[in-house]
Design a protein around this ligand. Structure first.
Ligand code: ADP
Length: 542
């Protein structure tokens, strides 16, 4: 029998109406300009989103055409985020830090017809434009459209001129909640990037998860500092979730260095913030030498890569800020799990829970697959590849049904770890990064976190390198903190208390800078290549 309930569609238009209506006067998007901020209420954002939708209709966006963005986190990007899906078209966030050939590939693959570009990114975008086969209109936000040389057949518009005079209301269409709302390509470190296409429904449900108390607990009382770029896994869902519940949002625009991040925190007083660990490492290092008032922050979300325990403890003990460790992927919208210790836990046990990747919520079913494809128990010990499924998890890639990544309706995450009986995920590695030494696995992430616990170490990366006797052994690449000195033997002694003897690394190298990916994660592929090319000065301890 069917239910007797209504079937209201879960669409972006509902999120847009809620943010710009009931929360329209109280919530704001605050964009950092370098010295200060510019502010816009959600009511204004709603009106401008309506104007943008009218303007885009005028440019021929009448169906599910793709509208790309080549933008920093700012108010205009938020307007595009809302207007494009709500009018029935598809938002495509372009990762400005991809290699040019990858950007050209993704814009052509998605068949972007319109691209909205920040004026500060025009020099970069201008070089790509001649290669973008399907783009017919470029809309420049922030002025300076005249500076863009357009190939034949491409029209360039000024964002404000396009909006000006358009009606401030739009009759948002009733859409099928399963239709495409937005797309984001994975950064494709090994092959061509792959497109994940989110539906209205998946975004709506994911936004609710972001706001759940045991999720990121975002509410109307919050002011969220969205450091994670809107082109990196949809800024972890913050823009839509903030609009859904009326949380204000602080957007750093292009000012992503530790100094402006510290300053905007002191001035704009966000209550929560989200970024990858390497950003936070930089911010903490900056703050230790340049104190700023960051007391408004009560929680920061750290995800995208394993969060070192030392980073969590510094936040907590020196600034009274709680770190929420979260795990996810572009394919999981991205919020998979968030780590909050269960009620009643105390002492070291709390840290053990919080350092894990967190508890898998009802919307994310998970299983661990061992060698020979058997499903492993959730006993906190059995290590296998994590597979997930659920209403905000990708079932395929756009125009590319990569069968490797999907397994009987489950997404293969490529992440390896174990799950405790109470549902906490502990990742030990990415499948491609695990180190196999004499037939035993060594977790590169675990070693990295422990080395980063040494006070002289700013960053540490661990990769497997060939070894005659053990087939593979860990190599630790260390970036020292400014003005600090420590040698490999001392670091190995430091690890000896917490790492099994056979796992203690004998290969060490000191580097000036850790290679990072387009979204700021450690780029182990590049480090491996540097090693293979003989570019690292490696010390071997006996
Ligand atoms: P990319 O593959 O380019 O890094 P994503 O941003 O989608 O693109 O990355 C998802 C991957 O990031 C996950 O599969 C996982 O390996 C890693 N990751 C994300 N969050 C965490 C975390 N909290 N701990 C460890 N690894 C994480």
């Amino acid at each position: 029998m069917f239910s007797t309930m209504q079937d209201g569609s879960l669409t972006i238009a509902r999120i847009l109406e809620q943010g710009s209506g009931p929360h329209g006067a109280s919530a704001q998007v605050i964009t950092w300009t370098g010295e200060g901020s510019r502010r816009r209420t959600y009511a204004d954002v709603g009106r401008r989103a309506a104007q943008l939708a009218h303007a885009l209709r005028g440019l021929g966006v009448t169906g599910d055409q793709r509208v790309g963005t080549f933008m920093w986190n700012n108010a205009e990007h938020l307007e595009v985020y809302l207007a494009v899906p709500a009018m029935g078209a598809v938002l495509h966030t372009l990762n400005i830090r991809l290699f040019p050939e990858q950007l050209v590939y993704v814009a052509n693959h998605a068949e972007d017809e319109v691209v909205v570009v920040d004026t500060t990114l025009l020099p970069l975008f201008g070089k790509l434009l001649p290669e973008l086969k399907t783009v017919r209109h470029v809309v420049v936000a922030g002025g300076g459209a005249a500076g863009l040389e357009a190939p034949q057949g491409v029209q360039v518009h000024d964002y404000e001129e396009l909006l000006s005079g358009q009606p401030v209301e739009f009759d948002w269409p009733e859409l099928d909640e399963r239709s495409a709302a937005a797309m984001c390509y994975t950064s494709g470190t090994t092959a061509n990037p792959k497109g994940v296409v989110y539906s209205h429904r998946s975004i709506y449900l994911h936004s609710m998860q972001v706001c759940m108390t045991d999720g990121m607990a975002l509410s109307q009382a919050d002011r969220a500092l969205a450091i994670v770029p809107m082109f990196h896994a949809m800024s972890w869902g913050l823009p839509y979730a903030a609009f859904m519940v009326g949380a204000s949002i602080v957007m750093p625009d292009r000012f992503l260095q530790p100094e402006p991040l510290a300053k905007m925190t002191a001035v704009e007083r966000p209550t929560m913030a989200a970024a990858v660990p390497t950003i936070w490492q930089g911010v903490l290092q900056y703050l230790s030498a340049n104190p700023h008032d960051v007391s408004s922050l009560s929680e920061v979300v750290v995800g995208g890569a394993a969060c070192p325990l030392s980073l969590m403890k510094t936040f907590e003990e020196e600034y009274g800020i709680t770190v929420l460790h979260a795990w996810g992927m572009t394919e999981t919208s991205p919020l998979g799990s968030v780590s909050r210790a269960p009620a009643g836990t105390t002492g070291e046990e709390v840290w053990r829970y919080r350092a894990s990747q967190g508890r898998l919520p009802a919307g994310v079913q998970a299983r661990l697959i061992g060698d020979d494809d058997q499903v492993l128990p959730w006993d906190g010990e059995s290590v296998g590849e994590l597979e997930v499924r659920g209403p905000w998890i990708a079932a395929s890639y756009y125009g590319d049904d990569d069968p490797e990544k999907f397994h009987d309706g489950w997404l293969r995450t490529g992440d390896v770890g174990h799950i405790s009986p109470d549902g906490f995920l502990q990742l030990t590695d990415r499948a491609k990064d695990v180190i196999k030494s004499g037939g035993e696995w060594i977790s590169s992430v675990d070693l990295e976190n422990k080395v980063m616990g040494h006070p002289a170490v700013a960053e540490a990366m661990v990769i497997g390198v060939p070894d005659e006797k053990w087939s593979e052994r860990p190599l630790v690449a260390v970036v020292l903190r400014d003005g600090q000195q420590v040698d490999a033997a001392e670091l190995r002694d430091f690890l000896a208390d917490s790492v099994a003897k056979w796992q203690l690394p004998e290969y060490w190298t000191f580097i000036d800078e850790a290679p990072k990916t387009s979204v700021g994660k450690f780029d182990k592929k590049r480090l491996r290549k540097q090693h293979a090319d003989g570019g690292l000065d490696v010390t071997r301890l006996d």
